[in-house]
Design a binder for this molecule. Structure first.
Ligand SMILES: Nc1ncnc2c1ncn2[C@@H]1O[C@H](COP(=O)(O)OP(=O)(O)O)[C@@H](O)[C@H]1O
Ligand SMILES: [Mg+2]
Length: 286
């Protein structure tokens, strides 16, 4: 499913005070089945942009199209919001903070039950969702609060996946997890993206993750989208990355170092260590 921002601006109303435009002039098309990373400094508007996709933050101007549904500045109808919230799965930062029920099963079933699914069917869906996130079925009977942080994060993600979203939006889903836990979550997201064709949007600070998992990159600065490029093109232009104070992925950094020391040019932009090894073998340096 495609997500299309046209001339979107948004801000926050805090009591009588209206913040300046937090999101400005965003024109951005995320094609169906794309996997896009959003990067940019803290405060650039990444989380706010995600919130506009399911109407948690309404635009002051412009439109956001999600499939054939459209969000505009005039409060969209309840029916449109309900439909969009069913279609767009949102994994917020530290989503485990929103776990609340007595058992994992009750927590995961909450969404489907709200959307009118029968109890029996919801239980069946919860079993499928818990398997999708790589947890044992026996965990369904446990209290979410008895689980490890990594398991809680997976349960929270299962509670989003159980709605079978066409668009999945994740705000720093690896934050606070150890490297192994983070890689497992992102691999899971990537596999789901590939097997189900879910349009995926991932906010991350970690350039290694951008290089490993995303196909395209969006850069945000001061509420604006300043770049939207395929990942290879993005990491090719080192000067441009410097101007945004963005890091390079490890493999790309090694590549530049090797190219400089050995005075060679490798045939392609290397995003992973595997890419780098293959390129070094190709030019006879390994
Ligand atoms: N709920 C809110 N109310 C008021 N201002 C907010 C709120 N959330 C974010 N902001 C402001 O919006 C700007 C963008 O924030 P955010 O979208 O969280 O950026 P990012 O996710 O890139 O760090 C910041 O200046 C932040 O202070
Ligand atoms: Mg944020």
């Amino acid at each position: 499913m495609q997500v299309n921002f046209k001339g979107v601006a948004a801000d926050y109303q805090i009591g009588p005070i209206r913040s300046k435009n937090i999101i400005q002039q965003v024109n951005l098309c995320l094609p169906s089945q794309s996997f896009t990373a959003i990067v940019g400094h803290t405060g650039a508007g990444k989380s706010s942009l995600l919130k506009t996709i399911n109407g948690l933050l309404l635009p002051t101007t412009g439109t956001i199209q999600v499939g054939d549904q459209t969000i505009t500045a005039d409060s969209p109808s309840k029916a449109v919001l309900k439909s969009i919230r069913q279609t767009v799965g949102m994994v917020f930062q530290f989503p485990e903070a929103q776990l609340f029920a007595e058992t994992v099963e009750q927590d995961i079933c909450f969404g489907p039950l709200n959307f009118g699914v029968s109890k029996q069917e919801a239980k069946q869906l919860a079993q499928e969702a818990i398997a999708l996130v790589g947890l044992e079925e026996s965990i369904l009977a446990k209290s979410p609060f008895s689980l490890s942080g990594g398991q809680q994060r997976r349960v929270a993600i299962a509670g989003v996946l159980v709605m079978n979203p066409d668009v999945l939006v994740l705000d720093e889903p690896g934050a606070g997890l150890d490297p192994k836990g983070k890689d497992e979550i992102l691999t899971l997201v990537k596999n789901l993206h590939e097997s189900k064709g879910i349009t995926t949007l991932l906010v991350t600070h970690e350039m290694n993750d951008v290089a490993r998992y995303a196909d395209d990159v969006v850069v945000m600065e001061h509420g604006e989208v300043v770049a939207h490029k395929p990942v290879h093109t993005f990491f090719d232009d080192v000067q441009q990355l410097k101007s945004w104070s963005l890091d390079l992925p490890e493999a790309r950094r090694f590549q530049l170092r090797i190219e400089k020391e050995a005075n060679v040019k490798l045939p392609k932009v290397c995003l992973t260590i595997d890419d780098l090894v293959a390129s070094l073998i190709e030019v006879g340096l390994a």
